[in-house]
Design a protein around this ligand. Structure first.
Ligand code: C2E
Ligand code: CA
Ligand code: CA
Length: 429
């Protein structure tokens, strides 16, 4: 049964349950390590495994149950059972037994989330959403278990609904503002650029960091509008700093979701044209997860931006796939080493060797390196000696509002030797 037929069947079951006063449990199932197995064993083995799982689910069906594959490695069971917990555990156990794939014993493990009509949800779309939330909680906890929708998830669901409504209002209301964190030259500590980081000035909750709203904005498809708003506001503030020679570049973050919009790079270039910032002073930071999505489309965006002179940086390098091929085959000029690597760089000899060889590889490929999250002098000393180009972190500055940064930049410029500063200004004039 496919997703369409499944949605119809669920509506029909709910219709009858409503009329006859019955209950309907919806179990959603996800294989824990499917992506990994598919990548390592190949797509044929992956397809075979999914077929086996589907078959095993059909065998495991209790009277009155309907099984469906919702797509990918996601399955669902619509069930009239009363003892939901016991049934969920049976499903986890049944799907955790190894499968024989080309003579190998493969046990991908399964996670199950469940929600029940009518006590949890009054309609099909809430029922699905709630079962998904329960599944998500299991997955983030490591999988191989089941979880039921409960009071904790209901509170979370309500929080999200409110947040959603507020976020939709916040963007046009101008509550999302750009903050700036300096990026310094590793050799002399001079501020060479800024990274723009979004903050939400929430009317009741105060200032919110991106962790509190970027993931939900991505889920709701609102991230593109946030990134646009941040970009415009940031350019308006930072373009004069670049023009005055206070900084050389401005880095903006874009979500991997943005890269799925076919018009993304054209729109960005058009908006850039409306600002006073030159393309060569702009850096666009993207995380590696785009490599897992629509690579052909992402490549087109990256190439189009690079052709205009925009610098492309690969963000959070060292956390995900750390794809060196991407560095070779895409016009990426900068790599940002993730904070998690920098944290141990001066403490753990293996991490320092790893970072040292990453810096070496990046140099060989001709890309420049920014170390993120530099918090103590020992880290900075190591990175400088290992040939890192630029650094960013609390050791130098925390992210700050535009006014604070402007004050700081002017103070630094005034402090610089008075003989040097006018000479520089003359040279530019
Ligand atoms: P990111 O791009 O990796 O940004 C760096 C994060 O590290 C920032 O967190 C920054 O405040 C923090 N940070 C910088 N130096 C240090 C340090 O020395 N120690 C520690 N512990 N942290 C440091 P922030 O501002 O909370 O942003 C989190 C993430 O949200 C960013 O990670 C970025 O992925 C995303 N983000 C921020 N602004 C935007 C935006 O406008 N659009 C999109 N799509 N994502 C954004
Ligand atoms: Ca970034
Ligand atoms: Ca980063």
């Amino acid at each position: 049964m496919n997703r369409g037929a499944f949605t119809e069947a669920l509506a029909e079951r709910l219709f009858h349950a409503r009329r006859e006063g019955g209950q309907v449990a919806l179990f959603v199932i996800d294989l824990d390590r499917f992506k990994h197995l598919n990548d390592t064993l190949g797509h044929h083995a992956g397809d075979l495994l999914l077929a086996e799982v589907g078959e095993r689910l059909r065998w495991a069906a209790a009277p009155g149950e309907l099984m469906a594959r919702l797509g990918g490695d996601e399955f669902a069971v619509i069930s009239p059972v009363a003892d939901v917990g016991r049934r969920a555990q049976e499903l986890v156990t049944a799907l955790s037994q190894p499968h024989d794939i080309y003579g190998r014993q493969i046990a991908p493990g399964a996670s199950v989330g469940v929600a029940v009509f009518p006590q949890d949800a009054a309609d099909a779309s809430d029922l699905q959403r709630y079962a998904d939330m329960a599944l998500y909680r299991v997955k983030t906890g490591g999988g191989r278990r089941w979880s039921a929708f409960d009071a904790e998830l209901r509170a979370e669901s309500e929080r999200r609904r409110t947040l959603e409504a507020e976020l939709r209002r916040a963007i046009p209301a101008g509550e999302i503002e750009p903050w700036f964190q300096p990026v310094v030259d590793a050799a002399d500590g001079r501020i060479v650029g800024v990274e723009v980081l979004a903050r939400w000035r929430h009317p009741e909750q105060g200032l919110l960091a991106p962790g509190a709203f970027v993931p939900i904005a991505e889920e709701l498809g609102l991230i593109g509008r946030i990134d646009e708003a941040v970009f415009e506001a940031a350019c308006a503030r930072a373009a004069p700093w670049v023009a005055e020679g206070l900084i050389e570049h401005v880095s903006c973050n874009v979500s991997p979701r943005d890269l799925l919009d076919p018009a993304f790079s054209r729109k960005l270039i058009r908006r850039l044209g409306q600002t006073a910032l030159s393309a060569t002073a702009l850096c666009v930071e993207i995380t590696e997860t785009f490599l897992l999505q629509d690579l052909a489309l992402s490549r087109r965006h990256i190439e189009r931006l690079a052709a205009k002179g925009v610098n492309i940086a690969l963000d959070d390098f060292g956390t995900g796939y750390s794809n060196l091929r991407a560095l070779m085959h895409l016009p990426i000029q900068t790599v940002k080493l993730d904070r998690s690597l920098i944290a141990d760089v001066a403490k753990d000899a293996r991490v320092s060797r790893l970072v040292g060889s990453m810096l070496h590889a990046a140099r060989a490929l001709g890309v420049s390196i920014v170390a993120e999250g530099v918090e103590d002098p020992a880290q900075a000393i190591f990175l400088r000696a290992a040939g890192c180009d630029r650094m960013q972190g609390y050791l130098f500055d925390r992210p700050m509002p535009a006014d604070a940064l402007e004050t700081r930049l002017r103070a630094v410029a005034a402090e610089a030797s008075p003989r040097v500063a006018p000479a520089r200004r003359r040279a530019r004039a």
